[in-house]
Design a protein around this ligand. Structure first.
Ligand SMILES: [Zn+2]
Ligand SMILES: [Zn+2]
Length: 136
């Protein structure tokens, strides 16, 4: 797929040329801070298929963790664009709300339901995992 997106103020813009490797909703406590409370919805792309075409993201990573997620965001408007995870070193995890056209998105899995809040919704039939998806 080809897709474009960016932050709320427009300073950061990106383009993607490649298929989503995964589409998910994450219920973890950390995502609740970033989203405002609800699960984070995101799609995973190969790092080489994602690039910023306007602006440079600011980044944040917790210094108290050995292998923290690196979060990309706009320093002007604060929109989180996505993150790089040490568990997926060759991927860019992109927040669905930043896409110009979100119609492609259909979550395949719910993860970190260990932190799920009572007001979170998981669609009927959606596979749900306590932590990450366990690969067999
Ligand atoms: Zn912005
Ligand atoms: Zn999360």
């Amino acid at each position: 797929m080809k897709a474009t997106g960016g932050c709320y103020c427009g300073a950061l813009r990106y383009s993607i040329d490649g298929a989503a490797e995964a589409m998910l909703q994450c219920h973890c406590r950390e995502c609740q801070y970033i989203t405002g409370g609800n699960p984070n919805v995101a799609a995973v792309f190969a790092l080489e298929d994602f690039r910023y075409i306007s602006g440079e993201p600011s980044t944040f990573a917790r210094s108290d963790l050995d292998t923290p997620v690196v979060r990309h965001f706009c320093s002007n408007c604060g929109t989180g664009i996505g993150s790089r995870s040490p568990s997926r070193p060759n991927s860019m995890i992109v927040k669905i709300g930043t896409f110009d056209d979100q119609s492609f998105f259909k979550p395949q899995v719910a993860i970190f339901t260990c932190d799920k809040q009572p007001y979170h919704h998981i669609a009927e039939g959606l596979p749900a995992f306590d932590k990450r998806v366990v690969k067999s």
